[in-house]
Every structure is written in structure tokens, then in C-alpha cells.
Design a binder for this molecule. Structure first.
Ligand code: HEM
Length: 207
């Protein structure tokens, strides 16, 4: 390998596979949320409905079709991401350590606009946010399975406290994801030099 080629491959911040699973994941999560809002509107749990303009599917059956299609994409893609993260050591390198003290300090710094974004390293706030997002997706999938197949998976539904409780868990997992997405997209767009590498793989260069 030439020196130039070696330097180029060393430059990669986010490997291609990670970028592919990240963007598929983002697409699938957004489809799940928007179609989920339409399904929720057909039988609201709480005293409100989501504005129809922010939902996907047009009607209940259409929304269910979107929800179940994206469910497979999300589940299989998440599995690929988790296997990649564990087998390549990516999770260990990028998400650990996660000590509460430094995480809180880094979160405060991030909201004050003082966080340090070192190339290829996430600060404590990012690490906690990404682990939070992954756990929220897992909770959404598990609680979703409990309300999708309450007879076949009755132990799982019982573990969630029954069908109605599982619906609430599913709703709050969605809420946690929406909370994450609002902050995540805000930081990704607002912090210079963060978004482009998740598209091209390479750090942004000062021209
Ligand atoms: C909608 C659901 C989304 C989820 C669940 C999600 C989740 C994640 C996770 C877990 C990571 C860490 C990746 C890793 O290193 O393993 C990440 C990184 C990243 N995401 Fe997302 N993401 C979502 C949507 C988006 C969107 C819409 C954008 C852009 C507007 C975005 C921009 C980024 C960027 C730029 C990074 C890298 C951050 C950095 O290097 O500091 N994500 N995302």
C-alpha cells in the first residue's frame, strides 16, 4: 500500500459499514415513529392525538404496513450494528468508559457549547446519549413484540406488566427516542465538523 493510500485509510473516522447501518437505522426509526403515531391515533392512550400531517401511512392499515415493514429493517439492521459493535471492539472503544461523573460534566459542557469533539472519540455526553438511544430502540422492539404477539409471547407481555402496560412502555420508549433525536440532530447540525464525516467517513479539513 502506498503512503498516500495508507494515510487515506487511517483518516477514516466512521467506517463505511458503520455509516450504512447508521443511516438505515435513522431511516427505519423515523418510519417506525411516524407510522406509530398514526397507529396510536386510532386508539389514543392519553388525552391527545398526533397531528395527522406528522404521521405516515394515511390510515390505520397503511400505517401498520409501514410499521411492520420498517420493523424488520430496524431489527435486522440493529442486529448487524450490535454484532459489528461487539465483534470489532467499536462499542468498547467508542462508548466506554461511562462513569456518571465525567458523563454529567461532559453533558453540561455540551449544552454550554464547550464540549471538545476530538476526531474519532466521543465525549461522555455523546457516549451516554448513544447507549441511551440503543437501549431505547431495544426497549421499543421488545415492548412492540409484547403488544404484537400477546398470545404467542404471553410471558414477555406478562413481564411488561400486561398488554396495557406494554403499550405504555412502547409509548415511552418512542418518547425517549424522539427526545434523543431532537437533541442528536440539533448537535449533529449545530456542531461544526460532525455531520460530514458521518456521510463521507472522513474528518472535515480546515481549508
Ligand atoms: C433517527 C434516529 C437516529 C439514531 C437512533 C441515531 C443513532 C446514532 C448512534 C447510536 C450514533 C453513534 C454511532 C457509532 O459510533 O456507533 C450516531 C452517530 C451520529 N449520528 Fe445519528 N442517529 C439517528 C439519526 C441521525 C440523524 C437524522 C443525523 C443527522 C442529521 C445523525 C447524525 C449523526 C452523526 C453526525 C453522528 C456522529 C457523531 C460524531 O461523530 O460526533 N443521526 N447516531
Amino acid at each position: 500500500m502506498s503512503a498516500g493510500a495508507a494515510r487515506k485509510s487511517d483518516d477514516i473516522l466512521h467506517p463505511l459499514l458503520l455509516r450504512i447501518v447508521h443511516w438505515i437505522n435513522a431511516f427505519a426509526v423515523i418510519v417506525m415513529i411516524l407510522s406509530g403515531w398514526r397507529i396510536y391515533n386510532a386508539s389514543p392512550l392519553f388525552g391527545f392525538e398526533f397531528p395527522v400531517g406528522f404521521t405516515l401511512g394515511g390510515w390505520l392499515a397503511g400505517a401498520l404496513a409501514w410499521h411492520f415493514a420498517a420493523m424488520w429493517l430496524l431489527g435486522l439492521n440493529l442486529l448487524a450494528y450490535i454484532l459489528y459493535g461487539i465483534l470489532t471492539g467499536h462499542f468498547r472503544r467508542r462508548f466506554l468508559p461511562l462513569w456518571p461523573g465525567p458523563v454529567l460534566q461532559d453533558l453540561k459542557d455540551a449544552f454550554a457549547g464547550r464540549a471538545v469533539h476530538a476526531p474519532g472519540r466521543y465525549h461522555g455526553g455523546q457516549r451516554a446519549a448513544y447507549v441511551f438511544a440503543i437501549l431505547s430502540i431495544i426497549l421499543a422492539i421488545v415492548s412492540g413484540l409484547a403488544i404484537w404477539k400477546p398470545v404467542q409471547l404471553q410471558e414477555l407481555t406478562a413481564l411488561m406488566g400486561g398488554f396495557e402496560a406494554a403499550r405504555r412502555v412502547h409509548f415511552f420508549a418512542m418518547g425517549a427516542l424522539v427526545f434523543f433525536i431532537v437533541l442528536h440532530v440539533g448537535f449533529a447540525v449545530g456542531v461544526k465538523g460532525v455531520l460530514k464525516p458521518m456521510i463521507t467517513g472522513r474528518p472535515e479539513r480546515a481549508e
